[in-house]
Design a protein around this ligand. Structure first.
Ligand code: NAD
Length: 505
């Protein structure tokens, strides 16, 4: 395994081009600056120094990109499924070939540790392969017969689509949203998050170098309220696949109303991990710690509320606190680092404010609770556990999106369900018990789009991914992604000379 110093040196060589040329848009197969010439800085959360100047696209750039996607759509949609499959596999191969570059650039841009990002490219490639293999069947439907009539259902790609992604794991999420769109036969305009735009640039370059036709995939960088808003309002864009905050989702719904946009939302979460006394406590503690502190807690599926049966509450929270205190915090490229710096000082301030709010609300800091000093200028916050909390506290209700866990005791199953469901969100739930009947009963009652029993989040790509309540609309994964990117149609054939009503004599 390469050393910290070797990783730093390599990352530097991969970043040289971004420092020199900035992060350009990609429209109709051309790398272009914003038409206004405007740029904004992206900084590294490691030292807050600028990494690159990024094209600040606006409505004019979005219009050019949407027109390019519209022009490329008929040919791409008409391409046979087998050809799309082969091309998407070539993109996956090319991603794997540049896995090291993707991982190191992603770490420096997001602050996520290499421990987790080393596999980001491979997971992104897997997303491409998964949807590539389904491309040939994406259009297939059913045959529905009735007397005198044969119905053929089928799916057609909806048209050019807009994809808007967040900053937390930008490479993986971009592949997760874009691969099914391309497999379905849609063309794409992608607007990545302004805090971490670098790997979206690598991704579109990789796709075009692998042979993706010009204009099928366009990239416009910019601010949410400028480029993002324009994308959601553009009449040539038929649907918006969005991953981000719940309140941005509701803005996008409003913005897209005039052009009747179809929307797919993967939004925020305040996910419970529920631990009963009969669970394997060591495994449950490891899983709870993994789900809140991996990826710096900047993870939509993080288990940010720890609901513990009261008989084991002191013992279990002590186990979690002990593990949290031993987590290695440091530079994301240090192979030993688990928790790196948060994405940006603006986000760090939000998380630090919640640490203050938790204390003011009367919760106890059992681990962390502070900004870490001695690691330079970066946004380092210690893995934090609040105990003695109630579900009424803001630290138990609002998405903090950092390494902050709030532990609440419950007395019985009914109270566990009621606490778990008593938030606006409903993305995931994690349940730890050795009582199978209880697990079956509870999974029926928990308000969450995805529930893992006796497990952390382990994704199986054919399964549906998405949330209920304020955590989202629609599902990704398996065939569900195609339902969003495609229109289902029915064609009815008369198979006999049935009597046709005569209105005139
Ligand atoms: P955000 O909502 O602030 O931004 C997401 C994207 O939306 C960015 O590209 C941003 O520029 C754009 N945007 C902002 N305002 C816009 C507007 N008015 N119109 C169009 N686009 C606009 O989210 P974030 O802070 O980047 O990411 C963190 C959030 O993402 C958290 O809430 C997290 O839970 C969520 N998330 C959800 C999932 C999931 O699968 N459910 C996965 C990852 C992250």
């Amino acid at each position: 395994m390469p050393t910290f110093e070797e990783n730093l040196a390599k990352a530097d060589t991969y970043l040289v081009r971004f420092r020199a040329d900035g992060v350009l848009n990609q429209i109709g197969g051309e790398a272009v600056a914003a038409s206004s010439g405007a740029t904004f800085d992206t900084i590294s959360p490691v030292d807050l120094k600028p990494l690159a100047q990024v094209a600040r696209g606006d409505a004019a750039d979005i219009d050019r990109a949407a027109q390019a996607a519209k022009a490329a759509f008929p040919a791409w949609a008409a391409l046979g499924g087998d050809k799309r499959k082969a091309l998407l596999h070539k993109i996956a191969d090319a991603i794997v070939a540049r896995a090291e570059e993707i991982a190191l650039v992603e770490c420096m841009d997001t602050g996520q540790s290499l421990k987790f990002m080393a596999k980001a490219a491979l997971r992104g490639a897997e997303n491409f392969r998964f949807f590539a293999d389904r491309a040939p069947e994406a259009r297939d439907g059913k045959v529905l017969r009735t007397e005198g009539q044969l119905n053929l259902t089928g799916r057609m790609p909806i048209g050019p689509v807009g994809i808007i992604t967040p900053w937390n794991t930008p490479f993986m999420l971009s592949t997760w949203k874009i691969a099914p769109a391309l497999a379905a036969g849609c063309t794409v305009v992608h607007k990545p998050a302004e805090f971490s735009p670098l790997t979206a640039r690598l991704l579109v370059e990789i796709a075009e170098a692998a042979g993706l036709p010009k204009g099928v995939w366009n990239l416009v960088n910019g601010l949410g309220e400028e480029a993002g808003k324009a994308l959601t309002e553009h009449p040539a864009i038929k649907a918006i696949g969005f991953v981000g905050e719940s309140r941005t989702g509701s803005m996008i719904m409003r913005q897209g109303a005039a052009t009747l946009k179809r929307v797919h939302f993967e939004l925020g979460g305040k996910n419970p991990v529920i631990v009963f006394a009969d669970a394997d406590l060591e495994r449950a503690a490891d899983a709870a710690v993994f789900m809140i502190y991996s990826l710096n807690g900047e993870r939509c599926t993080s288990s940010s509320r720890l609901l513990v049966e009261d008989s084991i509450y002191p013992q279990f929270t002590a186990m979690v606190a002990e593990k949290a205190k031993r987590i290695k915090i440091g530079h994301p490229l240090d192979p030993a680092t688990v928790v790196g710096p948060l994405i940006h000082p603006v986000h760090e301030k939000k998380v630090l404010d919640y640490l203050e709010i938790g204390r003011r609300e009367g919760a106890t800091v059992a681990a962390g609770g502070v900004k870490v000093s001695g690691l330079g200028e970066g946004c380092y916050i210690a893995p934090t556990l609040f105990t003695g909390a109630t579900n009424a506290m803001r630290i138990a209700r609002e998405e903090i999106f950092g390494p902050v866990l709030t532990a609440i005791p419950f007395k019985d199953e009914a109270e566990a369900v009621s606490l778990a469901n008593d938030v606006d969100y409903g993305l995931t739930g994690y349940l730890w018990t050795s009582d199978l009947t209880r697990a079956l009963r509870m999974t029926d009652q928990l308000e969450a789009g995805m529930i893992w029993v006796n497990s952390e989040n382990v994704r199986h790509l054919p399964t549906p991914f998405g949330g209920v309540k304020n955590s989202g609309i629609g599902r990704d994964g398996g065939d569900w992604s195609f339902d969003f990117y495609m229109e289902t149609r029915n064609v009815a054939f008369a198979t006999a000379h049935h009597p046709i009503p005569k209105l005139a004599g």
